[in-house]
Design a binder for this molecule. Structure first.
Ligand SMILES: C[S@@+](CC[C@H](N)C(=O)[O-])C[C@H]1O[C@@H](n2cnc3c(N)ncnc32)[C@H](O)[C@@H]1O
Ligand code: SF4
Ligand code: SF4
Length: 480
């Protein structure tokens, strides 16, 4: 744009969400995911453009009248245009494009078994909401299937040098030998290809032993332990097949794991359901009594008529408790302390990195789930189901099926979300949840939008305040 064109163009604020924090006004810029702090002159420009678009000439005249110099005005306007805070011309929405068919994968989730020694009341693998069919399929993944899946990961990860393998189930540790051998194999083949690979495990903790803990520590394997709170709460849903709660079995094993394994993060994953939604009580128990230093909560995914589904009124209460913990996180962060509520940390990281998503998550994109037969699905939740299938370890990734999945689930195809200011962070919601609730994996989860927007707004305010009062704290979220 020439200087004359710039002066005559009518400026307006680009698509944004404004919020205040730490005594300052910020703009969350929707297409880019960036956060812009307003002050002095930029604040005045923004205020002036709130009521109607103004040309550069009109803006300059008004700001000169207010005592700013021409050089100041020009530099600030340039900054605001460069950062996409202001635009000229007709406002238009832009979306990223659908990735190429050869888009590399970076993570596989191996369902080491489809069997489980627990019978948790809500489990999407075995409850009435189950979509997987394991009839006539091997109960345990074989070594050769796991190796072939790892080979596919290495082969299909062009340009990606750090790979990830996640071990999942059923109860993952029912097939511990496979995990041990796969860690060894993946490390070897990744190294031969000039890449690194790291590992994570999700487990119900019932089968942990000292030997397993030492293996996890030796290989720096990140662990997520599924636990829903203290004995009374946990045992409501997480029970053995005879109905007996699993808390007494897992509590000592978790303490043993936390004591022996210090080379990577060990987090607690809480599944909240209608009878188990006492967030503060659960958080305090898991951090203070058991010693976890990361606790993440996820509401149960279920058809609306399931009794354990959290109702709207209850969900509002859950969010109030989330909010209380989130402000507590803010207080710790301002003092440079460490708080264990990972839901906030995860969202702050996305805000810090300016993430603007075309997809809710990596399913089918950089991540594939693998079943015991060696079939690939968009993620572990779709393994062995009729939905979101995309090839197998023998014939390779089905690029057409994957591309079709990526086209269907792209934010550009989700017209319901196009005017939503959190679309770059939510992007429509979990595909599995949509399938369970609406029978369509690509239907946006429109029932929770206000809560999602409220949560992101809260995290933005927390991010802004930490940024003003202790900006160094945010360096931990730098990508490395
Ligand atoms: C399916 S399990 C598999 C790994 C292992 N058996 C475990 O429990 O950690 C993985 C996680 O999914 C969670 N989960 C199971 N059913 C769920 C549902 N309907 N909604 C949300 N999370 C669910 C479990 O609580 C657990 O944290
Ligand atoms: S332990 Fe994991 S896989 Fe087993 S029933 Fe519970 S949630 Fe499902
Ligand atoms: S599902 Fe709702 S909150 Fe999420 S992006 Fe779409 S409209 Fe926004």
């Amino acid at each position: 744009m020439t200087a004359t064109e710039a002066l005559s163009a009518a400026y307006h604020p680009a698509e944004h969400h404004a919020f205040e924090s730490g005594g300052r006004q910020f703009l969350y810029l929707i297409p880019s995911g960036a956060i812009f702090g307003l002050e002095g002159l930029s604040q005045e420009i923004y205020n002036l453009l709130q009521s109607c678009p103004l040309s550069g000439e009109e803006l300059t005249m008004e700001l000169l009248r207010r005592g700013y110099s021409e050089a100041q005005i020009e530099a600030t306007l340039d900054d605001m245009v460069d950062f996409d805070v202001l635009s000229s011309g007709t406002p238009k929405k832009t979306f990223p494009t659908v990735p190429e068919k050869s888009f590399p994968i970076q993570r596989i989730v191996l369902n080491t078994t489809n069997q489980c020694n627990l019978a948790c009341g809500y489990c999407y693998e075995y409850s009435e909401d189950k979509i997987a069919s394991t009839k006539d399929k091997p109960k345990f993944m074989s070594d050769s299937i796991a190796k072939a899946a790892i080979d596919t990961l290495v082969k299909e990860s062009a340009g990606r040098n750090s790979l990830h393998v996640t071990f999942f189930g059923g109860e993952t540790l029912l097939n511990y030998p496979l995990m041990r051998d796969s860690v060894d194999y993946a490390t070897k083949v990744a190294k031969a290809a000039g890449k690194t690979v790291d590992f994570s495990l999700t487990t119900n903790a019932t089968l942990l032993t000292e030997e397993i803990a030492d293996f996890l520590a030796e290989h720096r394997i990140g662990v997520t332990v599924s636990i829903d709170g203290d004995k009374e709460l946990h045992d409501r849903m997480r029970v053995f097949h005879n109905g007996k709660g699993s808390y007494d079995v897992i509590a000592p094993k978790i303490k043993m794991l936390l004591a022996r394994h210090r080379t990577n993060a060990i987090g607690a994953r809480v599944t909240l359901s209608e009878g188990v939604r006492q967030v503060r009580r659960i958080y305090d128990h898991l951090t203070q009594e058991l010693g976890f230093d990361g606790v993440g909560f996820a509401p149960v995914t279920a058809s609306p008529d399931r009794l354990y589904q959290i109702g709207g009124h209850s969900m509002d209460k859950v969010l109030l408790e989330f909010e209380e913990l989130a402000w507590e996180y803010r207080d710790y962060a301002i003092k440079g302390g460490r708080h264990c509520f990972t839901n906030v940390a995860d969202t702050l990281k996305e805000l810090h990195l300016g993430i603007s998503k075309a997809y809710t998550c990596g399913a089918g994109l950089g991540l594939l789930g693998v079943g015991t037969t060696g079939e690939f699905a968009a993620c572990h939740r779709f393994v062995d189901s009729p939905v979101a299938q995309m090839g197998n370890v023998t014939t390779g990734i089905d690029r057409e099926a994957r591309h079709e999945f990526l086209e269907k689930h792209h934010i550009g195809a989700r017209t319901d979300c196009h005017s939503c200011w959190v679309r770059g962070l939510c992007a429509g919601g979990c595909y599995h949840e949509s399938y369970i609730k609406h029978g369509l994996s690509d239907a946006s989860n429109l029932t929770s939008c206000d809560r999602i927007r409220g949560w992101i707004d809260l995290c933005l305010r927390i991010y802004g305040e930490i940024g003003v009062k202790n900006p160094r704290f945010l360096e931990r979220f730098d990508d490395n």
